[in-house]
Design a protein around this ligand. Structure first.
Ligand SMILES: [Cu+2]
Length: 608
C-alpha cells in the first residue's frame, strides 16, 4: 500500500532508521515517499523527544510513579482484610476428620498398675494409664545384684546399673550404692536413612531431639527389631535418683554419647575431689569424653531435694535435657529407697520417713525445650557440626521455650502418666524442681498446698507457707505437702483439678493451648477403668491428634465448640476492586517496562 505524500524533505541516503540524513530540498521538489518512511521520521522525532525528556526527568518521573505505586498498593492491598472487617466470612460446620486420633490410653501393661510385691519390695498401685515398670522399681530398690535373673531381665536394667553394697551402719539397709548412668539421644538423626532413631513423642507427633541421662540398661535402645521407638526406660526426663542420707554413693557416668559430658551434683553434699583426688564437681575442664567413664563420690550428710546436671557447654546441654533430681532421703532403719524413679513421677516405693508422714509421694520435673536447639542434632551427622551449630550458630541469648514438659511429657500425654491421683483426706508429698529456662508459677486448682522445704532445706514453721501459686526460679526446688481434706482451705473437694505453670507460656505447646505442662490432680473415682480422667471425648479427639500439634486442625473441630462457633469460611474478596487493582498495577508495570525499553534502545542508538 502506498500513497502520495507532500513533503519538503528528501531522503538523500537512508540505509536504516539510525543513519538517515535529511536536507531541505525546497518547495518545488516533491517526492513520493512510502508512508512508512514518513512514519519512521515522525516516530524518530518522537523518540528523540522522549529520550530527551527521559534523560532530563528519568529519576524524577520514576520517583513519582513508584510513589504512586506505593500509595496505591498500601491503599488497595488490604482489600481482603478490609472486606473481612466489613463482612465476616460465612461459618463452615464441618465434621472434623478424626482419622488421626490416637487412643488416649494404649493399655500396654494393664497389670503394672496394680499394687504388688516383687522381690519382697512393696510397690504401690499406680492408677494412671501408663504406669512405670514395677520390675524396674523393685530392682532399683533391691539393687541389680540382689534380685532374681527373671526380675533383672524384666527390669531391663544392666547387671551393674544399681549395685547395693554393705550395710555400713548395721541398720538393715545397704549404705554403699554404685549407680551407673549413660547418656542417650532421643529423636536423633540416623546415619542409615532419612528418619529419626530412638523416637520419643513428647506430645502427639512432636519429636524434638533430647539428651537424657539414663540408667545403664541391657538390650536394645529401641522397643524391638522392627521399631525405631525408644525403649520405655529411655525417656525424658533424666531419672530421679534417690539415695539415703549418709550412704556412700558412687555415681559412674559411662559416656555413651558422641559429645563430652559431666555430672555436677547441684546442692548435694559432696567433697570437691574424690578420695583419689580426682574431679568430683563435674566442671567442664574435667569432661568425660565419648567412650570414657568417671565416678563421682558422695556421702551426703544432709537430706533434701537436689539436682544433678551436665556442666559441659552447660546452657545448651542443660536445655537439651541433661538434668534431673537427686533426692537424699532421711536416714532411717530398714530404709530401702527407690534408687531410680524413671519417668512418670509417682514414687511407688517411698522411703521410711516419707511413708510415716504421707500417703503418697510424687516427683514433678518441669522442663522446657527450644524448637531450634532441639532440631540441631536432626540436621547434622557429625559431632563437630552439631557442636558448632549449638555453640556458635545458635545463640542462647536469643533462645525460645517452645515446649513445656512435666515429667517428660506435654499435655495431653501428661494425662497418661504425670497426673497426681488422690483419694480424699490424703497427705501427699510433692518434690517440685524447676529445670526449665524461665521461672515457673505452679498453681493447683481447688487446692492450697504448704511449703515444707526450699532447695532441700526444711522450712522453719514461719516459712511453711500455704499457697495456691508457687513461684520457683530456674534450678530451685520446693517440697510441698498437699492435703485433700475438703475443708475449704486445703481442698474444695473431689474433682479433676488441673495443675499447671501459671506463666501463660507454660500451658502452650509451640504457642498453642491446650498444651505444655498442664496436668490433672485427679480424684480416683473420677478416673475411668483405664486410668484416664473422665473428660469429654471431644477434647481427647482434638488433642490426642498429631494434626492438632501440627496446627492443621480447625480451632474448634469437635462437639459443642464446633457446633456453636464452627470454622471461619474463606473471605470472599470484592472482585470489582480486585480487578481494578490488578489492572492498575498491570498498567504501571507495563508503562515501566515500555519506557525502560525505549530508554535502553535510545541509549544503544547513541552508542552506535
Ligand atoms: Cu553435657
Amino acid at each position: 500500500m502506498s500513497r502520495v505524500c507532500h513533503t519538503k524533505f528528501q531522503i538523500i541516503k537512508c540505509t536504516d532508521d539510525r543513519s538517515c540524513n535529511f536536507e531541505n530540498s525546497g518547495e518545488d521538489k516533491l517526492h513520493l515517499l512510502l508512508e512508512s518512511d514518513v512514519y519512521n521520521r515522525v516516530h524518530y522525532a518522537k523518540l528523540k523527544f522522549v529520550e530527551a525528556m527521559l534523560k532530563k526527568y528519568f529519576v524524577l518521573s520514576w520517583f513519582v510513579i513508584i510513589t504512586a505505586l506505593v500509595v496505591v498498593i498500601t491503599q488497595w492491598f488490604p482489600i481482603i482484610e478490609k472486606h473481612a472487617r466489613e463482612k465476616p466470612p460465612a461459618t463452615v460446620f464441618s465434621n472434623a476428620d478424626n482419622a488421626n486420633v490416637e487412643k488416649p490410653c494404649t493399655n500396654d501393661h494393664v497389670e503394672w498398675r496394680d499394687a504388688q510385691t516383687i522381690e519382697s519390695v512393696e510397690i504401690a498401685a499406680a492408677p494412671a494409664c501408663e504406669p512405670d515398670n514395677p520390675y524396674t522399681i523393685a530392682t532399683a530398690v533391691k539393687g541389680t545384684n540382689n534380685v532374681s535373673m527373671m526380675t533383672l531381665m524384666e527390669s531391663h536394667l544392666a547387671q551393674d546399673a544399681v549395685v547395693m553394697g554393705k550395710d555400713l551402719d548395721g541398720d538393715g539397709d545397704p549404705d554403699e550404692i554404685h549407680i551407673k548412668l549413660e547418656v542417650v539421644e532421643l529423636n536423633g538423626f540416623s546415619p542409615d536413612g532419612d528418619y529419626l532413631m530412638n523416637t520419643y513423642n513428647i506430645a502427639p507427633g512432636l519429636q524434638p531431639s533430647l539428651w537424657v541421662f539414663a540408667p545403664k540398661m541391657q538390650g536394645m535402645a529401641v522397643k524391638n527389631f522392627n521399631s525405631r521407638v525408644a525403649h520405655p526406660l529411655l525417656r525424658a526426663p533424666s531419672p530421679v535418683i534417690r539415695v539415703e542420707q549418709g550412704d556412700k554413693v558412687f555415681i559412674t557416668l559411662e559416656n555413651t554419647h558422641y559429645l563430652p559430658h559431666t555430672i555436677h551434683l547441684h546442692g548435694v553434699d559432696h567433697p570437691w575431689l574424690t578420695a583419689a583426688g580426682h574431679d568430683n564437681d563435674g566442671m567442664e575442664e574435667h569432661a568425660v569424653f565419648p567412650g570414657k567413664q568417671h565416678t563421682y563420690e558422695i556421702q551426703p550428710r544432709h537430706a533434701g531435694t537436689m539436682l544433678y546436671h551436665c556442666h559441659v557447654q552447660t546452657a545448651q546441654h542443660f536445655m537439651m535435657g541433661l538434668n534431673g533430681m537427686i533426692i537424699v532421703e532421711e536416714n532411717a532403719p530398714n530404709n530401702w529407697v527407690q534408687t531410680f524413679n524413671i519417668g512418670a513421677g509417682q514414687v511407688r516405693h517411698s522411703a521410711v520417713n516419707v511413708k510415716k508422714n504421707y500417703d503418697q509421694e510424687y516427683d514433678l520435673h518441669y522442663q522446657s525445650l527450644d524448637k531450634q536447639l532441639t532440631k540441631i542434632p536432626q540436621e547434622a551427622n557429625d559431632p563437630r557440626l552439631i557442636s558448632q551449630r549449638m555453640s556458635r550458630d545458635y545463640n542462647m541469648s536469643e533462645s525460645h521455650e517452645n515446649y513445656f514438659l512435666l515429667n517428660g511429657h506435654s499435655f495431653p500425654y501428661t494425662l497418661r502418666d504425670a497426673m497426681i491421683i488422690a483419694g480424699e483426706n490424703e497427705r501427699i508429698k510433692l518434690h517440685i524442681a524447676n529445670l526449665q529456662r524461665s521461672p515457673i508459677a505452679v498453681h493447683f486448682h481447688g487446692h492450697k498446698a504448704t511449703i515444707m522445704a526450699y532447695d532441700g532445706v526444711d522450712a522453719p514453721l514461719g516459712l511453711q507457707l500455704t499457697r495456691d501459686v508457687f513461684d520457683i526460679s530456674p534450678a530451685q526446688r520446693l517440697d510441698l505437702s498437699l492435703t485433700t481434706q475438703n475443708d475449704g482451705l486445703h481442698s474444695y473437694g473431689a474433682g479433676l483439678w488441673m495443675f499447671h505453670d501459671h506463666v501463660p507460656t507454660g500451658t502452650t505447646t509451640d504457642g498453642m493451648e491446650p498444651g505444655g505442662n498442664m496436668a490433672i490432680l485427679a480424684y480416683k473415682n473420677l478416673l475411668d477403668e483405664q486410668g484416664m480422667p473422665k473428660m469429654h471425648d471431644e477434647l481427647f479427639n482434638d488433642v490426642f491428634n498429631k494434626e492438632y500439634y501440627a496446627k492443621q486442625r480447625p480451632i474448634w473441630a469437635n462437639g459443642d465448640f464446633a457446633n456453636f462457633f464452627g470454622d471461619a469460611g474463606k473471605v470472599i474478596p470484592n472482585y470489582t476492586e480486585l480487578i481494578a487493582f490488578c489492572t492498575v498495577i498491570g498498567l504501571l508495570i507495563g508503562a515501566f517496562i515500555l519506557t525502560l525499553r525505549i530508554y535502553l534502545q535510545n541509549k544503544n542508538h547513541e552508542k552506535d
